[in-house]
Design a protein around this ligand. Structure first.
Ligand SMILES: N[C@@H](CCC(=O)N[C@@H](CS)C(=O)NCC(=O)O)C(=O)O
Length: 202
């Protein structure tokens, strides 16, 4: 059980003292569990798996596969943070987040084009990896795969979604992730229709 607390991004609530107590960098997200306060989404995710993930029957951090198994999860978790996210996020920011937050912000097409070149490079490496295993860290889903969900989900709502069609193994991997009932439950809470009118209600 958890409670999602909305933070009004458009009004800059993420820079105000109440949110800074959760995340001193004034960014989203912030997280609280009893007296424990965390920020950085991947650290939050790991904590939730370690504390509450034991009943799901999954080995998301690869800890049942020895040090080598955990190392593969760590490796692909780093790849997501250091290579994948910086390539895909600018497209999502330019096409969805900035226009939503700033109302009439124009898409900076050169940022999008440069990011798509970078993303294609990353996806080529993923394609080679996913020819060898069903998921990034091995043959079962892991924390590394799950970290790809938020930005890939939103990227797939942009006009550039077809980039993934160029990488059949990556496309199949993404579809397998999205087919999971737990992923569908989470994504149901992720709006895909953004409009200026919605900003007031967000
Ligand atoms: N590495 C951080 C990134 C946090 C981050 O950049 N959050 C963005 C939203 S996706 C944000 O709050 N940006 C507002 C700002 O930088 O002022 C994490 O994964 O939690």
């Amino acid at each position: 059980e958890y409670e999602l607390v909305p933070v009004d991004f458009v009004a800059g609530e993420h820079k105000k003292p109440q949110h800074l107590q959760l995340n001193p960098f004034g960014k989203m997200p912030g997280f609280q569990d009893g007296d424990l306060v965390l920020f950085e989404s991947r650290a939050i995710g790991k904590y939730i798996i370690r504390k509450y993930g034991g009943t799901a029957g999954l080995d998301l951090l690869g800890e049942n596969s020895g040090i080598e198994g955990s190392a593969m999860v760590d490796l692909w978790t780093e790849v997501e943070a250091q290579e994948y996210y910086p390539a895909i996020a600018p497209v999502v920011f330019e096409c969805i987040i900035n226009p939503f937050i700033m109302g009439d912000a124009e898409t900076n097409q050169s940022v999008v084009d440069e990011s798509l070149v970078r993303l294609r490079g990353v996806l080529g490496i993923y394609e080679a990896r996913l020819e060898k295993s069903s998921y990034l860290a091995g043959d079962s889903i892991s924390f590394a795969d799950l970290n790809h969900i938020p930005f890939t989900f939103y990227f797939m709502t942009t006009q550039y979604a077809s980039v993934f069609d160029e990488y059949p193994k990556v496309k199949a991997w993404w579809e397998a992730i999205m087919a999971r009932p737990a992923v569908q439950r989470v994504c149901k809470n992720m709006p895909t229709q953004f409009s200026v009118g919605m900003r007031a209600a967000f």
